[in-house]
Design a protein around this ligand. Structure first.
Ligand code: SF4
Length: 72
């Protein structure tokens, strides 16, 4: 699957494509409550902690795999 993305300051971004092997998408609400370090290996623990999520629109989702290019 191709993931198209416009977040050019993410370290996985390459010319409007995501090059990460996996990404974790969750709701904005859950994403905001978790540390930046949470990512796709933690998917099951997030489900265990919060349950499966639903949102009302695409605007309510976030990519937890985002890492700023400037982050070491
Ligand atoms: S990890 Fe998320 S924010 Fe970063 S390029 Fe991929 S889809 Fe975009």
């Amino acid at each position: 699957m191709e993931v198209h993305c416009t977040v050019q300051n993410c370290q996985w971004w390459d010319d409007n494509y995501c090059t990460a092997k996996s990404i974790l998408i969750t709701s904005d609400e859950i994403g905001a409550s978790l540390p930046e370090s949470y990512d796709y290996p933690d998917t099951q623990s997030i489900v265990d902690q919060f349950g499966e999520t639903s949102v009302g629109s695409c605007e309510a989702t976030c990519c937890k795999t985002f890492r700023d290019k400037g982050t070491p």
